[in-house]
Design a protein around this ligand. Structure first.
Ligand code: UDP
Ligand code: MG
Length: 148
């Protein structure tokens, strides 16, 4: 089944949004496969955002991601990459719809609370990068109540 890498950024952790954010993915019907709170070193943040290294906001972005602990997660379910991005909302919170995480909780693009993989291929790479120890393979008893 499809998996995605979701990360609550330092602002989301500091602002006490961890429980609310986890609830949104859980209540939708996605299953949690990995979860940890960690401090991020610069090398890991730079690797995660390597595709953006030429952007003018890159150094600020890396400083932001290493400014406090993050909550790293792997979520699983049908269409979780695309639906996860919808739950998160547009990159710029000014354009994120109300009801999305960024639409409800963020103002500035550089403090947009959460990361979600943008494709199945990115998810695969990001899960390998953030969870080299692997994730937990379990089947919820709710599975047949969510999937027909
Ligand atoms: N970002 C920023 N300024 C910009 C564009 C992006 O600070 O002009 C930050 C923002 O935190 C965003 C992250 O860089 O979430 C990664 O950018 P991307 O385009 O991958 O957006 P995302 O996939 O997070 O929606
Ligand atoms: Mg992205």
């Amino acid at each position: 089944m499809e998996q995605t890498y979701i990360m609550i950024k330092p602002d989301g952790v500091q602002r006490g949004l961890v429980g609310n954010i986890i609830s949104r993915f859980e209540q939708k019907g996605f299953f949690l496969r990995g979860l940890k709170i960690i401090t991020v070193d610069r090398a890991l943040a730079e690797k995660h955002y390597a595709d953006l290294s030429a952007k003018p906001f890159f150094n600020g972005l890396v400083d932001y991601i290493i400014s406090g602990p993050v909550v790293a997660m792997v979520w699983e379910g049908k269409g979780v990459v695309t639906t996860g991005r919808k739950i998160i909302g547009a990159t710029n919170p000014a354009e994120s719809a109300p009801g999305t995480i960024r639409g409800d909780f963020a103002i500035d693009i550089g403090r947009n609370v959460i990361h979600g993989s943008d494709s199945v291929e990115s998810a695969r790479k990001e899960i390998a990068l953030w969870f080299p120890e692997g994730t937990v393979n379990w089947q919820s008893n709710a599975h047949p109540w969510i999937y027909e």
